[in-house]
Design a protein around this ligand. Structure first.
Ligand SMILES: *Cc1c(COP(=O)(O)O)cnc(C)c1O
Length: 369
């Protein structure tokens, strides 16, 4: 069986270094907010290219903490509208709602699957105060058009970089482009911990200071509380593991790009559409999506032939039970993506031979009437 993502195999590649790092935390006696978190924050800020990085518990919290910090700074006010991609993973939207803000879904460009600048323009109202872009599937969602829209309308630009660690827009890494960025280190992400983890990166020192306080009950100094915060800390064990894995991220992303090139160059089946290719380095292929109206048939065919696939995602956010306020919306591009998308295996431990086998299977696939 070719797994969608063989996490065990991926961890085994680093097992010796990880074991050493974990043992060193075990014997340090310091398990929360110690040297490992500080060290990882410094390295990750350097990697992303920002002045500041603040670790937190997960990606959902990272987005929430940025928004809440902007509220504390007076740059956002509860009830303000925040534009989000309609086809994002729902955590993006949950964070906006939990911060007391109003998410406004905007459809993607069907070619790139990323939020459409043209449709952002149509969605901007006098209540719109921030644009939360998501580099979905590992592909850069930023563009000069988006920059111009933010400038013109005085919008904060926030990046959800959960799926795009290492991705670049010209010389800049995603996560350093907007006013602030949220990262998730969920095990399956391009840079994954062996548990939950997250971070905020920014060049805004004041914002970083408030995010840090909010992630630690709102504490600005020991036993001094300036805000009503939450407990959302990256722990020492996960920080130590992330420091082991960070130096391999570029090499692992290069492996993903190699697999993607095999898919992009090899898949030729009239029943299947693959997205247009992004400019070089603007896609780190967290996910390799293909589209077919016969998704269930393709999924079963690949499974019968020993290939595991997943769907990202089967139900769009506006059709979820938790979003009754959006249930009447018509978002046809998003609905079509969720109806026809299938994610092929892609990871640093998938071999090129496996990828070629998958291409061959896909090219031989037919739908029986
Ligand atoms: C994974 C993910 C999140 C949430 O990250 P967690 O660490 O699981 O909370 C947010 N946004 C996107 C786009 C994601 O893929």
């Amino acid at each position: 069986m070719i797994k969608f993502l063989d996490l065990k195999k991926n961890t085994e590649r680093h097992s010796e270094e990880i074991t050493d790092a974990v043992n060193s935390v075990v014997s340090s006696g310091q398990y929360i907010l110690g040297a490992e978190v500080e060290n990882f924050e410094r390295k990750f800020a350097e990697y992303i290219g920002t002045g500041f990085c603040v670790g937190c518990a997960n990606g959902l919290d990272a987005i929430y903490l940025i928004l809440k910090a902007y509220i504390e700074l007076g740059k956002l006010t509860p009830g303000d509208e925040v534009i989000v991609p309609a086809n994002t993973y729902i955590a993006t939207i949950i964070a906006v709602i939990q911060a007391g803000l109003t998410p406004v879904p905007v459809e993607p460009d069907p070619e790139t699957l990323q939020i459409s600048p043209q449709k952002i323009k149509e969605a901007i109202s006098n209540k719109t105060k921030a644009l939360l872009i998501v580099h979905l599937y590992g592909r850069c969602a930023y563009s000069q058009e988006i920059a111009a829209l933010c400038d013109k309308n005085n919008l904060l630009l926030i990046e959800d970089n959960a799926q795009a660690h290492g991705c670049k827009f010209s010389e800049q890494r995603t996560g350093s482009i907007g006013n602030a960025a949220a990262h998730s280190f969920y095990p399956g992400k391009n840079l994954g911990a062996l548990g939950d983890g997250g971070a905020v990166t920014t060049n805004d020192g004041e914002l970083a200071r408030i995010v840090r306080a909010l992630a630690n009950y709102g504490s600005s100094a020991k036993y001094v509380f300036d805000y009503i915060g939450r407990n959302s800390r990256l722990d020492e064990m996960q920080a130590a593991i992330l420091s082991v894995k960070l130096p391999y991220l570029d090499e692992e992303n290069a492996g993903r790009m190699e697999i993607a090139a095999i898919y992009n160059n090899g898949i030729r089946n009239p029943l299947i559409t693959i997205p247009s290719e992004a400019p070089r380095e603007q896609n780190v292929y967290h996910i390799f999506p293909v589209f077919t109206p016969y998704r269930e048939e393709l999924k079963k065919y690949l499974e019968d032939n020993g290939v595991q696939t997943l769907i990202h995602y089967p139900i769009p956010p506006h059709k979820q039970k938790c979003m009754p306020q959006w249930s009447g919306m018509s978002l046809p591009v998003t609905e079509n993506i969720h109806r026809t998308e299938l994610s092929l295996p892609i990871s640093p431990v998938l071999t090129t031979d496996e990828a070629r086998k998958i291409v061959e299977l896909i090219n031989n696939w037919q739908v029986k009437e």
